[in-house]
Design a protein around this ligand. Sequence first.
Ligand code: F6R
Length: 608
Amino acid sequence: MCGIVGYVGKDNAKSVLVESLKRLEYRGYDSAGVALLTDEGIRTFKKVGKIRDFQVELNKINLYSNIGIAHTRWATHGKPVINNAHPHLSCDGKVALVHNGIIENYSSLKEELLSKGHNFVSDTDTEVIVHLIEEELKSENSFFSAFLKALSRLKGSFAISVITVLEPDKVFCARKDSPLVVGLGDGENFVASDVPAFLPYTNRVVFLEDGEVAVLSKDEVSFYDFSGVPLSKEVMTVPWSISQAEKGGYKHFMLKEIYEQPKAVADAIRGNSGWFEEGAPLDFNFEQLEGIHIVACGTSYHAGLIAKFYIESFSRVPVNVDYASEFRYRDPVISDKTLIVGITQSGETADTLAALRLGKERGATTLAICNVIGSTATREADGTIYTYAGPEISVASTKAFTTQLTSLFLFALWLGKVRGALKQEEFESLYGELLELPSKLESFLNTERKEGTVKELALNFYKAKDVLYLGRHVNYPIALEGALKLKEISYIHAEGYPSGEMKHGPIALIDERMPVIFLATKGRVYEKVVSNMEEVKARKGKVISVLNPSCKEANNLTDYPIYVPEVNEFLSPILNVVPLQLFAYYIADFLGYEVDQPRNLAKSVTVE
Ligand code: F6R
């Protein structure tokens, strides 16, 4: 996730900005850049790689300025190379801009600006914004109004900071769906995407809300809405240490990442909706596609199991899902009409890379579903669908999983459309329901934040020795994922099963000490799951259920209900997994374990 910093004040902006960027390193980045306003105009400096190396280079440059902006980039559009690093400049070099987020309409804006003679030097969506401001300046009578005019043309998410020689003592900022916070100092002011950036200088902060603008000068900060109407904003004092602030006040990265899911899912939707207008996510004859092999490991494998339901139901293309570590030893049937889809958050998992390579060797086309731009999988595969989760720091995967599912759902919808298997009304209804998913996730998480249902449940069960997770259809893989999360971070034995399979063996385990977690939300298998709940109840098992408030039959059989909003059954896994992530998180925390770094596990497994 990119990081923004802006400074105007009494100190050497170069040092303040680089030190502040270092405090945003935890967000992950692949390149960094700084723009400083000097008597000779704007000077920019950029580097791919580590900030400490960048700092060494900058220290050698003798340059003093009191105002500037800086950025750490985590690539989304365009590779991690110098030209794509921010800040970006207008053609005349009078405006410099840094941006976090995704500009959805950047292609059409870029076309328009190119036709008006603007010269682009990067592959980023960001660069359109600075050219748009430059274009608006031709007809507007102030920089501020040109800035507002440009904002009104942007679709998507953005946190922006801008400096300009036309207003040499101001930093202009705006926020929509991407965080931005102002730090109020004494004779100096700051803006950043996160509080730790400026915490050594001030803990007096103003959080910008969506649709708000801030204009910073050395001695004051003014706030406006996007139409330029002044706003008065509340100043808050943040009582956090730097390490608490990095986690946004959450105790662990895992909890922060769980709570980031509404935004991450919204970003995955934004980032991957372009195919419906712009065409295929990779160069392949999809009409001739005969079959898909999905290869992945761990949590990504569970996303693959759900993707099978999506792709087969929406596009009628047959799908096999394999553990990547097994795929190459089973001599799979592959042809040039086969697509191999490797799902990998990191893009570096050795088994998944090997499976993709095998597919390629045998003449298939390969597609990576990946979160990390420039990773090996994205370089080697014929095409990539990015998941836009932002960096995931906790070893146990949460938001990477829900954004994989979101991206795969979109891919399946797209495939269904191009193959003519999905009617326009079905497409519109499914897509419409997907668009509502981020707010439903938000609503569940807000209720949990207030009521702590899952936390209390974890307090009841953290001493359990075994936990059984049961689900059917698209929620069977969620049972597997819930069990994996619990095993990984709390070291409690857990198993996931399709609930219809229970009577063929695992039912022998059920007694009054066995917690059984059911995924019992509305869908085609709801009644079947209710029957399976009866079987557990009859054997005195303790029933915990993830269910909708309208699931009366399931509720009657449940000892500990966790209510989630009702969504289309195909989307229910993306919502239902969230309470299971929280359950695992709180149990591990109650047991006093290192939640973010569980024993024996690594964030990317680069060995076979
Ligand atoms: C579980 C987890 C692992 C990974 C697996 C694959 O929380 O993080 O199971 O999902 O190691 O990693 P990627 O997706 O990077 O290939």
